[in-house]
Design a protein around this ligand. Structure first.
Ligand code: NAI
Length: 390
């Protein structure tokens, strides 16, 4: 089926971003929001963004006019019900979303495709309220949508398999990089990235290093663009903590995802990060987040290797549980989080046997299930195999 008419429900950060990308790629988009003020603000904000892009020479005045013309901001649900693909990006709440789908399915033609941009809810549970759940799929964009190329496509148990190819093609047409993920908590990126925050917090809680030392090590030794604490302050400790907690609960309390008190207390104190001018750092930052005394090479290397080993272990276990292919896991982390290298490629380069012995050392030290080595890594090391081997 060829899709030309898109609808977006929810005009917040994500919904407006999705509408912008669709309109930039010459698709007609209708955007609906239950809150008329939010809708007005979104239209004004997008207009502002497009004018800035025009001033920078990124878009011609004609292109900007065309993009604006492609978008219809509407407070009528009947208007968005006409879309061949309806992408929902409303508040992250299961019953609000389900209520909306029930309502809109009654207004929409029978073969309408419904997609949710949810980060954490079960796609099967969302689909379950539709009369035709085979037309429902997860379509997870990353913030800011116009800049982040990754899109996770998540078929539910009920999804008709033909939807996958339709959406892959559409996303490529929008210049996005689609990957396929199983309907499991956090999908790929929000699962595999957990140790970047969790292990950094653990290193801090054990008193091994300060926030700034850990950030310094990950950036200067590991080549990450931002350190974990800078990134948590950027995302917001409330949001980042909520994602960690929801993944922890959804994985039936697997200790690998256990939230950290150090972050919970930040949330309790309303030290949310940049948006409250206080988080792990105080904003505006006078300088870059640099420790007073730089960690020596041995310490920086140890911090970086511990976090990296945990990240690789998580990526390998994601493959072990068939949540996505090795290629998609690495693509997801490069395009969804801007990691300098895919984690499975990193495992190859570091040496899979080295990762295994690193994990085993952590396990020996702590005797915690959190540090169990993925069976896949162990098997590959014993068979001398590499990821992406022909
Ligand atoms: P937001 O809070 O900025 O915007 C949500 C919008 O939905 C608001 O304008 C609100 O008025 C509207 N809304 C709420 N209930 C509605 C209803 N019943 N019908 C119509 N409109 C309704 O939220 P944001 O950040 O744009 O997130 C939207 C969705 O995208 C959530 O499911 C979130 O988990 C997901 N997401 C968010 C990411 C992020 O970084 N912010 C990243 C990826 C996914």
């Amino acid at each position: 089926m060829e899709i030309k008419q898109i609808s977006v429900i929810g005009s917040g950060a994500m919904g407006s971003g999705i509408a912008q990308v669709a309109a930039q790629n010459d698709y007609k988009v209708a955007v609906y929001d239950v809150n008329p003020v939010a809708l007005q603000n979104a239209a004004a904000k997008l207009s502002d963004t497009l004018e800035k892009l025009q001033a920078k020479g990124k878009f011609s005045p004609e292109k900007v006019a065309q993009i604006k013309q492609n978008i219809l901001w509407s407070n009528k649900l009947s208007e968005v019900a006409k879309g061949q693909l309806i992408i929902e990006a409303i508040v992250e709440d299961l019953s609000s979303k389900q209520l909306l789908y029930r309502e809109i399915e009654l207004l929409a033609p029978e073969n309408t495709i419904f997609a949710s941009n949810t980060s954490s809810l079960s796609i099967a549970a969302l689909a379950s309220v539709l009369k035709n759940p085979a037309n429902f799929v997860g379509l997870h964009f990353f913030n800011p949508v116009p800049l982040m190329k990754l899109v996770e496509i998540i078929p539910a148990l009920q999804t008709h398999p033909s939807l996958i190819a339709t959406l892959q093609k559409l996303m490529q047409d929008w210049g996005k990089v689609p990957v396929l993920a199983k309907d499991t908590p956090g999908f790929i990126v929000n699962k595999v990235a957990r140790p970047f925050y969790g292990e950094a917090l653990r290193i801090y809680e054990e008193g091994i290093a300060s926030f700034a030392e850990i950030d310094y090590s990950m950036k200067n030794y590991g080549g990450f663009r931002m350190g974990p604490f800078e990134l948590m302050d950027f995302i917001g400790n409330d949001i980042n903590y909520a994602v960690t907690e929801s993944v922890f609960l959804a994985f039936y309390f697997d200790p690998r995802y256990k939230p950290a008190f150090a972050q919970k207390k930040m949330v309790d104190a309303n030290w949310l990060g940049r948006k409250t001018a206080k988080g792990y750092y105080t904003y505006p930052l006078e300088n870059e987040a640099t420790p007073a005394i730089l960690p020596d090479e041995t310490k920086a290397k140890a911090i970086f290797e511990r976090v990296l080993a945990m990240l690789i272990n998580e990526a390998a276990d994601t493959l072990f549980w068939q949540i996505a292919t090795a290629e998609d896991i690495d693509t997801a982390m490069r395009y969804g989080t801007n990691y300098p290298k895919g984690l499975l490629q990193w495992a190859n380069d570091w040496g899979i046997a080295n990762v295994v012995s690193y994990m085993d050392n952590l396990y020996e030290t702590y005797r915690e299930d959190r540090y169990r080595c993925s069976p896949l890594l162990r098997k590959m090391a014993s068979e001398n195999k590499l990821f992406f081997q022909a």
